[in-house]
Ligand binder design. Structure first.
Ligand code: NAD
Length: 481
């Protein structure tokens, strides 16, 4: 059945102001599965107005009351986890089990985590003889959040939960490529009677709805996750009105594998970090740097694992990789593989589209692809591909490994596999990334700072960092006389 989605504005479901719709595709079949409002700048203006009206009451609520609302929403979401997982899987093409075990539970956790954080957030006081300085942490007002298609509900909630917890009202724009679960969450909020206007969702295209949100004079901050190109554009727009920005952007993350790596979880984890969600996670390790004396053994084991992965229907429990998210993205990833060949890369496995039988024959599937023989400065090893494609490079020394790890314009995350603790600490200190994992990957504690350096972004999310971003610090100085 085709879905007709809506905005959530002032607690009401609305269509686009000019009645236009965008098609929503199911990547596993390549077919249209619904319509999403093609929102307008006027829709954004109405949402911001609603948020502005809701702000005095929401920001004045005791933190525990805001937390109670967020927990109610989390409970309602948890009660519908299977419906949401099915929708997320259909919208993104990710295996149902992944949506069921990772995406939707994490969205529930995001809400609960920041509900709890709201009740624990505190500010500083700086005493001096005869003087007291204390800091107020006040909500910013109406804030805009803009999220991408790869982890739709997971990242949408990761942004609006801290914004609400800190006492702001929100206008959110999910990706037009994957708008369904944000719409469903809006419907849930209506069902439980979440205070109208506190959070609003405007569906539509980035260049229209996203840009209008970024440019709106009453929007005090923009929290964005997406590509570096769009992030730069948002930073430029926000600079004109000095809006606060948090930018979580692209990555080209290195996985450093030393010959002394503890082997028990190594291959399972590296394969997961390479191909989870068809490689469409900003944290995926797409450049595998391997100590030369272990290179061939590791390469052969990796290729065997990649060849054994099942690419197919996301609904099938045996499937490891679903399709990539869209036809446009499929074409981009396939072009990247062609470019790797043109640059002299040897495709060891994959490198081609997959056409499953049955209902998925027209979906956008790509086989897990491993490429070797390319140096650090070629486009394949410096530009983000964001698909099931990894490259292998060999190194001899720690210094060489470090130079390779840092040889891209990006700096989101890295993982280092070694049994030598001193080496791990030394490298962690010098790798240019916001997150470094040692002998693990995507091991997340929501209290830790999350974000990237260089072209991977500006600012940090997570824990107090997020609550600090969504508040303004005001210093009050009292002379005790
Ligand atoms: P994208 O930049 O194309 O779109 C992201 C969002 O921005 C979408 O909602 C889109 O509609 C909106 N947008 C587009 N143009 C806009 C404009 N001019 N003004 C305002 N909003 C606009 O990214 P994508 O293709 O949806 O997502 C993939 C990218 O996201 C990859 O580069 C990936 O690395 C990155 N990503 C980063 C993180 C992180 O935490 N660093 C996490 C997930 C994804």
């Amino acid at each position: 059945m085709d879905l007709r989605l809506s905005h959530l504005i002032n607690g009401q479901a609305r269509s686009a102001g000019d009645g236009a719709w965008l098609d929503v595709f199911e990547p596993a079949t390549g077919q249209v599965c619904g319509q999403c409002p093609d929102g307008t700048a006027d829709d954004v203006a109405q949402a911001v107005e609603a948020a502005q009206r809701a702000l005095p009451a929401w920001s004045a609520l005791p933190a525990a009351d805001r937390a109670a609302w967020m927990n109610r929403l989390a409970d309602a979401l948890e009660a519908r986890v299977d419906d949401f997982a099915a929708a997320e899987s259909r919208d993104v093409g990710k295996p149902l089990a992944l949506a069921r075990n990772l995406d939707i539970p994490r969205a529930v956790t995001n809400l609960r985590f920041f509900a709890a954080a709201a009740t624990q957030f505190a500010s500083e006081s700086h005493g001096a003889p005869g003087i007291v300085n204390y800091t107020l942490r006040q909500p910013l007002g109406v804030v805009g959040i803009i999220s991408p298609w790869n982890l739709p509900l997971y990242l949408f909630t990761w942004k609006f939960a801290p914004a609400l917890a800190a006492g702001n009202c929100v206008v959110g724009k999910p990706s037009e490529v994957t708008p369904v679960t944000a719409w469903m969450l809006g419907e849930l909020a209506r069902e439980i009677g979440f205070p109208a206007g506190v959070f609003n969702i405007v569906q539509g295209r980035g260049a229209v709805v996203g840009q209008a949100l970024v440019d709106h004079a009453q929007v005090k901050a923009v929290s964005f996750t997406g590509s570096t190109a769009v992030g730069v554009r948002i930073a430029e727009s926000c600079a004109r009105s000095l809006k606060k920005t948090s930018l979580e952007l692209g990555g080209k993350n290195a996985t450093l594998v030393f010959a002394d790596a503890p082997r028990a979880k190594l291959l399972d984890t590296v394969v997961r970090s390479a191909f989870l969600n068809s490689g469409q996670i900003c944290l995926c390790g797409s450049r595998l740097l391997v100590e030369r004396k272990y290179y061939e053994e590791f390469r052969d084991a990796l290729v065997a694992r990649a060849q054994a992965m099942v690419v197919g229907d996301p609904n099938d429990a045996a499937t490891h990789l679903g399709p990539v998210v869209s036809k446009v993205h499929f074409d981009k990833v396939m072009a990247c593989i062609e470019l790797a060949r043109a640059e002299g890369g040897r495709v060891l496995c994959g490198g081609e589209a997959v056409q499953p039988e049955g209902r998925c024959r027209d979906g956008w599937f790509i086989a897990p692809t491993v490429i070797e023989g390319l140096g650090p400065s070629c486009r394949t090893n410096t530009e983000e591909i964001f698909g099931p494609v990894v490259t292998l490079q060999a190194f001899d020394t720690d210094e060489e490994a470090l130079a390779l790890a840092n040889a891209t314009p990006y700096g989101l995350s890295a993982s280092v596999w070694t049994s030598d603790l001193s080496r791990a600490h030394r490298l962690a200190e010098r790798i240019e990334a916001g997150v470094v994992w040692v002998n693990t990957w995507m091991n997340r504690d929501l209290r830790t700072p999350f974000g990237g350096v260089k072209q991977s972004g500006l600012g940090r999310e997570g824990g107090w960092e997020a609550l600090r971003f969504f508040t303004e610090a005001k210093n009050v100085t009292i002379d005790l006389g």
